[in-house]
Design a protein around this ligand. Structure first.
Ligand SMILES: *[C@@H]1O[C@H](CO)[C@@H](O)[C@H](O)[C@H]1NC(C)=O
Ligand SMILES: *[C@@H]1O[C@H](CO)[C@@H](O)[C@H](O)[C@H]1NC(C)=O
Ligand SMILES: *[C@@H]1O[C@H](CO)[C@@H](O)[C@H](O)[C@H]1NC(C)=O
Length: 414
């Protein structure tokens, strides 16, 4: 090669070619506290219909893990809080990992195990005390089975682990949790595992509807707020919450840690005292959120970091306890039809006449695209649900453009 920089140019080109061509990745929580959900086989096309490439489970349901084999969908499996004390025993952890993770790899792409959910904010010191030991023995089991390079171990926290979240730059963990959180952060950092946070601007609105602007929580146009410490401007609460988490991590010296939003969502129905829970607001929240994910926006404090978000949730779950909102977070009803008009056509999964063509009903935009209104290239919605064909086509376009750029670079010896 005459051009000494050819290799680096080629590498640059390959990176440029591969990464932007990837479809922005949506994650979805697949909760199953219900007795009326469709079979996992029928959920596969539904997950694909919303453009989700990552699914988070609250257990390691064998039916789900089998149904999603060879689909390319990545999984976070869960170990419920009730297992924590048992998992502190290395033998139990090893048996669990063998039966629930190793057994499904590599056909089902399990990438992470979430040990416990929102453990620290139960204020149950004996449960909290088991958390890190359980995470460690699950990780050690993965090491023993030589799976630790492909499967990370983490745990999901509620934003209530923060003492301060406003303004975002003042974000800090609850002082009484620091003794617990610091060693967990140390573990996550050493094992290159992400920090998971469940963030619901809905709760902030519900608790304080007179003071919290609905437009600010729903990603609608609004004046927003400016963080006086760094002049960063926030036009939605979720970004403010995420940056408060980054600030809290920075404060403890973990400024490189990856943050994933393991849950966020909005209920389409609630009790009389649950202001804001409505199909209109759920549509605005989740619709705008999906648009933002597809635009690959970062937060004001981390503009170049992709949002890593798991929407809550796939289905309305009829057996969840608590207020009405708890049973109404689903993008879909149990019959597979959309819970509200988010633009997904869903798939008829009840009854015996399902044609199982991947949910592609007449009038949609071709294989894999389930969105109405029809394609509008300036509409962020389309990007998250590009059909494989379109991705490939756009990849070839990029390839052509990339080659041209390289040739130009070589010609002008840039
Ligand atoms: C846990 O403790 C914190 C701090 O003392 C308190 O603010 C919070 O309300 C408690 N949460 C629960 C679920 O008891
Ligand atoms: C399937 O379609 C046929 C013909 O339209 C109808 O008679 C039958 O009741 C349908 N079955 C179900 C389970 O919907
Ligand atoms: C496409 O989106 C743009 C910008 O949002 C809008 O102005 C235009 O009316 C849309 N076109 C169609 C056909 O929906």
């Amino acid at each position: 090669m005459e051009d000494p920089h050819f290799t680096s140019k080629l590498l640059l080109f390959i990176t440029w070619f591969l990464f932007p061509a990837m479809v922005a990745s949506v994650g979805i929580n697949y909760g199953q506290i219900a007795n009326n959900l469709p079979s996992p086989e029928r959920v596969v096309p539904l997950v694909k219909s919303i453009g989700a490439t990552r699914v988070k489970l609250y257990d390691a349901d064998p039916k789900v893990l089998k149904a999603f084999a060879n689909t390319g969908v990545e999984f976070i499996v869960g170990l419920g809080n009730e297992y924590l004390s048992k998992m502190t025993d290395p033998n139990n952890a090893q048996a669990w990992v063998k039966a629930n993770v190793q057994a499904y790899l590599p056909a089902t792409k399990i990438t992470s195990i979430a040990v416990g959910n929102e453990v620290l904010t139960f204020n149950d010191t004996s449960l909290s005390g088991c958390l890190l030991p359980a995470m460690q023995s699950v990780h050690n089991a993965l090491v023993n089975l030589k799976l630790d390079s492909q499967v990370t171990v983490t745990t999901a926290h509620s934003v209530a682990v923060l003492q301060n979240s406003y303004p975002p730059s003042s974000g800090a963990f609850r002082p009484d949790l620091k003794g617990c959180i610091s060693p967990i952060l140390d573990f996550l950092s050493k094992t290159c595992s992400p920090f998971l946070i469940n963030a619901y601007p809905f709760f902030a609105y519900k608790a304080n509807p007179k003071q919290v602007s609905l437009d600010f929580v729903l990603f609608q146009p609004n004046a927003g707020i400016t963080d006086p410490a760094n002049n960063l401007h926030y036009d939605n609460m979720l970004f403010a919450q995420i940056d408060a988490v980054y600030a809290a991590l920075n404060r403890l010296g973990y400024n490189k840690m990856t943050v994933q939003i393991s849950e966020t969502g909005w209920p389409s129905k609630g009790d009389d005292d649950e202001l804001g829970a409505s199909p209109e607001n759920a549509k605005k929240y989740n619709g705008n959120l999906l648009k933002i994910i597809s635009q690959k926006k970062g937060t004001p404090a981390r503009p170049n970091t992709d949002l890593n978000i798991f929407v809550f949730a796939m289905f309305n779950e009829n057996l969840k306890p608590g207020p009405t909102s708890e049973r109404n977070y689903g993008l879909f009803k149990p019959d597979g039809t959309p819970a509200y008009g988010l633009g997904f056509s869903g798939i008829g999964v009840s009854g015996g006449n399902s044609t199982s063509t991947g949910g592609n009903s007449p009038g949609t935009n071709g294989p894999g695209v389930y969105l109405s209104p029809p394609a509008n290239s300036s509409d962020g919605y389309m990007d998250i649900s590009l059909s494989p064909e379109k991705v490939i086509r756009s990849s070839w376009r990029r390839l052509g453009m990339g080659l041209m750029l390289i040739l130009m670079a070589m010609a002008f010896d840039i």
